[in-house]
Write a protein that binds this ligand. Structure first.
Ligand SMILES: *Cc1c(COP(=O)(O)O)cnc(C)c1O
Length: 470
């Protein structure tokens, strides 16, 4: 099966092409034209990795040996047998913990196997990956390509936009084929700089003269989405078997990649009744699913305690529009958004979305209440889900990061005070809750970086070239 462009289905690409170069001809996003039906129940007793392989095979992309190799990257997770952990927290409520990978956020679920695929697909080439991160994508991307010979990674992050642990995770990986830049502006500026570089012919030429090709491993890459279907399908199957009832899934959302995976899983036959989208104070998605409008006019990004969801332009919504309303309508709506910063769906269109989705948002104050009330430690992103929990129904709460990445917010929520010494507070909370903290997180605090230079976004291009020439 080939993938097609969301705004013009006549433009197609193989899975491999879309993974290496996700920029489609007319600026749309490569997506499946139709989703295959996958008889998951037949494979319910397989291990996660074997189940994953069956699900991927149902797409008919070929390359089975490669996918097998890619899925082996889940051996780097803390439980070799399963990258995810289902944790029962109520009679019918489970956490679907997706953060047991090397960087303690769900981004590892896709970026670990993605790294293997890209390496295999680009054996005869040198590749430069540039990414912009608001916190979790950076460490996960760097980790995935650590020590690879033919692939270099540059990662930009907003100096004051990530948590300290996230920053340290990146700083500690700033060596060899990996390069990290702190930028003295916000995430949007970092993302814009990235987009400009990817679009610049001149920059691409310069990279080419150094014998490298430019690639984006950003979250709209279908090669990442694929791996985000599997855990929703697999976990919902486990709950379905226990309760003999369709399952609700609640997902803390930003760029809508995680939730899109759940939507694809549902369409492929997973026993999912509703997908509930949780936002923070940047509630553009709950407005979208409740009112059918996508309205960027006059909106300013708010900084919250769930920074990975501080986002207004939720890129993967485009793939949802395509799946629901086809390419021409998608093109029309995306053009309206680009030119007028606004679009409104027809009544029937909104109804169609609401057959699959519900949405709500959670301000920081409420979110901290949920952290405080919880018997186990939940991070500020996962906490946004609890507002929509219906305890009567079998439910999966998608848990996207480990709390250890956000100690200052945890301290504030749990004890109502400011964090003084992050490492001490981290150990204190762990002791109170009898929770384990991985060595990899604790040792980060002993790390002192050589230099903590902060760059202007418009200097990055030259800095990258200088580093490449070394
Ligand atoms: C990236 C991220 C999200 C948002 O996921 P999307 O796929 O962008 O919607 C939520 N929580 C955490 C911890 C994240 O890192």
């Amino acid at each position: 099966m080939n993938l097609v462009e969301s705004t013009n289905v006549n433009n197609t690409a193989s899975f491999k092409q879309a993974l290496i170069n996700p920029n489609a001809l007319e600026g749309g996003l490569y997506s499946p034209l139709t989703l295959p039906f996958f008889e998951g129940e037949k494979y319910a007793d397989l291990s996660y990795k074997d189940f994953a392989l069956k699900l991927i095979e149902s797409f008919g992309f070929g390359e089975e040996e490669l996918f097998k190799k890619a899925l082996k990257s889940y051996d780097n997770f803390y439980d070799k047998n399963s990258p995810i952990a289902l944790q029962k927290i109520g009679e019918k409520t489970y956490l679907n913990e997706l953060w047991h990978g090397p960087t303690r956020a769900f981004k590892d679920m896709a970026l670990q196997p993605f790294g293997v695929l890209l390496k295999e697909f680009s054996k005869d080439k040198n590749i430069l990956i540039i990414c912009a991160t608001s916190g979790d994508t950076g460490p996960a991307t760097l980790k995935s390509f650590e020590n690879m010979k033919n692939i270099k990674v540059v990662c930009m992050y907003p100096k004051y936009g990530t948590s300290r642990v996230q920053e340290l995770q990146m700083r500690a990986l700033d060596k060899g084929n990996l390069k990290v830049f702190a930028i003295d502006e916000d995430f949007d500026a970092a993302q814009n700089t990235l987009k400009q570089m990817l679009a610049s012919k001149e920059f691409q030429e310069e990279i080419k003269t150094l014998n490298y090709e430019l690639c984006a491993a950003n979250s709209v890459n279908f090669g990442r989405i694929l791996f985000q279907i599997i855990y929703h399908y697999y976990a919902s199957l486990k709950l379905y078997k226990e309760f003999q009832e369709e399952v609700e899934i609640i997902i803390p959302s930003g760029n809508f990649g995680n939730a899109l995976g759940a939507f694809y899983a549902k369409n492929m036959g997973a026993k999912i009744s509703k997908i509930k989208i949780a936002s923070n104070a940047n509630n553009i998605l709950s407005e979208f699913f409740n009112q059918g409008v996508y309205d960027l006019r006059g909106k300013i990004l708010k900084k919250t305690i769930s920074p990975a969801m501080d986002i207004l332009i939720s890129s993967n919504i485009e793939r949802l529009l395509f799946a629901k309303f086809k390419d021409l309508r998608t093109k029309e709506l995306m053009n309206l958004l680009k030119n007028q910063k606004y679009f409104k769906l027809e009544k029937e269109e909104l109804q169609s979305l609401q057959e699959d989705f519900e949405a709500d948002f959670c301000e920081d104050e409420e979110c901290m209440q949920f952290i405080k009330q919880s018997k186990i430690l939940i991070d500020p992103h996962t906490a946004t889900c609890f507002k929509m929990l219906n305890k009567q129904k079998p439910t999966l709460i998608t848990s996207t990061a480990e709390w250890t990445k956000f100690t200052p917010s945890m301290v504030k929520a749990l004890y109502g005070r400011d964090c003084k010494d992050e490492k001490e507070d981290l150990k204190f909370i762990a002791k109170e809750f009898n929770a384990e903290v991985k060595e990899e997180i604790l040792t980060l605090f002993d790390f002192t970086s050589k230099e903590e230079k902060v760059f202007k976004a418009n200097m990055i291009k030259e800095e990258i070239l200088t580093w490449m020439r070394k």
